[in-house]
Write a protein of this length. Sequence first.
Length: 85
Amino acid sequence: MSPAAATTDLLTAKRKDLLSLSNQKQSLELEVNAIISELTAPITITTDDANTTTTAPPIGIDTPLVDSEGYPRSDIDVYRARTLR
């Protein structure tokens, strides 16, 4: 194999590697944006008895998961918040 052909093959392989890494990066960015969106969006709560809807504050990215007495907050899914964070 000539040096020019070897260089071309190497460049082609590197381009494929870079394209694969770029696709992985885009996938990770989409996942991060979805997680941030879920953590920062207000929570909609629907009650069964009156079919009313209320809005609670978002889980937040760095807000405490416990109340002032040290108990887990009742207005959020603490397990989900921990998993997302």
